[in-house]
Design a protein. Structure first.
Length: 191
């Protein structure tokens, strides 16, 4: 790696820094909005903790996919699932943003990141499919842990990402437990 490559990497890291303050629609347990970087961190932690359950998968690839899956949000932010419409393709926007964000990288590094993101979006590998399942589960878990407004729609969790979380028996077991917690949250909210 030469000095110009290092400069390019530093420029990319600087351009990625806004993910630390790119806010999502969910709240933390303390009541502040969650950042995309925080969501990505816990998603990677989930993947790491499940490593022994998936000996057939490339866990490093899974974690890399988790790291890049929302990287494009550094430019135009997050579009919450409840606000996505057919007129505005979130995936298309994020890919354009990621292409712009990675434009400062050496071609090889850019191509690796884009390939991981494309794999995630297309669900082409088992690692990408698991990343999608974990992404949905992490979001649902945060919905339950966050200090939400009184009118928060917990019922959203019960249908959110069902297809992705049906990846296998492990993700379904996580889903079942989170669904049970969601139903309890709905009972508590209504009482």
């Amino acid at each position: 790696m030469n000095k110009n490559d290092i400069v390019d990497l530093l420029n990319f890291l600087r351009a990625s820094e806004p993910l630390k303050s790119t806010l999502r629609s969910g709240f933390t347990a303390s009541g502040r909005r969650e950042s995309t970087a925080e969501h990505t961190w816990r998603l990677c932690l989930m993947a790491m903790l499940l490593e022994d359950e998936y000996p057939e998968l490339d866990i490093l690839k899974l974690i890399k996919i988790c790291i890049v899956h929302d990287l494009g949000e550094a430019i135009n932010g997050d579009i919450p699932a409840v606000e996505q419409t057919a007129e505005h393709d979130k995936n298309e926007q994020e890919r354009r943003d990621l292409d712009e964000l990675t434009s400062v990288l050496p071609e090889g590094s850019k191509n690796k990141i884009m390939a991981l993101w494309d794999d995630y979006e297309q669900g082409g590998s088992a690692e990408a499919q698991l990343a999608k399942a974990l992404d949905k589960l992490e979001t649902m878990l945060q919905h339950l842990q966050g200090k939400n407004a009184h009118d928060f729609d917990y019922a959203f969790n019960l249908t959110y990402g069902r297809k992705q979380t049906d990846f296998d028996h492990i993700t379904r077991a996580f889903r079942d437990l989170i669904d049970a917690d969601t139903k309890q949250a709905l009972v508590c909210k209504d009482s």
